[in-house]
Design a binder for this molecule. Sequence first.
Ligand code: SF4
Length: 351
Amino acid sequence: MNFSEMLLQWYPNHKRDLPWRDTNNPYYIWLSEIILQQTRVKQGLPYYEAFITRFPTIQDMAAATEEEVMRTWQGLGYYSRARNMHTTAKYIAHELQGNLPTNKAEWLKLKGVGEYTASAIASFGFGERVSVVDGNVFRVLARFFGIEDDISSIKGAKIFQALAQTLLPAQDERVSTYNQAIMEFGALQCTPQKPDCMYCPLQASCVAHGTGRQGELPFKSLKTSQKERFFNYTILKHAENIAMRKREAGDIWTGLYDFIWEDAAGRQGEVPLCLDDLKNNKHYFRLLPAYAPVKHILTHQTLFISFWVAVLPENLPPPCLPEGYAWYTPEKVQNLPKPIVIAQFLEKNGL
Ligand code: SF4
């Protein structure tokens, strides 16, 4: 039995029951693929449910505001995915009359859709004969065939893509299931740490198993470097309202709302400058006791965040806010899309 046949036999007995596998609706498949980029299935599942409930059709998403889409996405990270998804939904609804593209080449023209996503939608949604190569597939192929090429290089990626295409089953109607099978096999059997080689149906012919190199393959030269940043957030309150602003492009969290913000390089833990400004301008406020700093890890950055809550007297008019900030009622604050670290801080402290 060849490689793809073995995976096609393994799949029905081991696959997880996931909602996007029970649908032929390409809109739902597209949603699931965007949500699952760099996200574990367990984390992505409730977001998938939330999106298809709130935006059951592509027209519903196209008609929504960016804030509604971002609020539904809140907590999933990589927020550019949500913005691109919304842009693409509007493009498909308005320019393509709601007709989703039916092949990989057309999907690749759309915003936020790369090689993997275009292949996945074309294969799972439209049965196109294209291989789908994600991190799981790289791992299975590198180990089984003993491929040492760098998966983070363009040359390496092309080698894996070409090999994956040759492994597709002969019958077109089995290609989609095979693509799902190899991805699921990488997620459940040939896992990054501790692959289950003992009970693996591919064991007899697996190069990595035969040579004990499971831990070395796949080879990836590019490691992401982690930058440390120190933020001060001032939660300025006046009569229950909180000063917030929408973050602009050019830094993390574009389009999300945060408090009065200071990138406090070298000043971590010190009272934010904006409070000094308030004092100097003879504004009165009550500073609540300091909150424990929060460490928040993103893909390329580790944030150390200090929060300060300054309560202004209700009987005095609120001070002018820095440019871009405005006062928001508690209800509005609740509904604004926010970085998860901010949403959690508000909830935990009942603010
Ligand atoms: S034998 Fe081990 S390394 Fe090889 S494919 Fe199976 S699980 Fe992966």
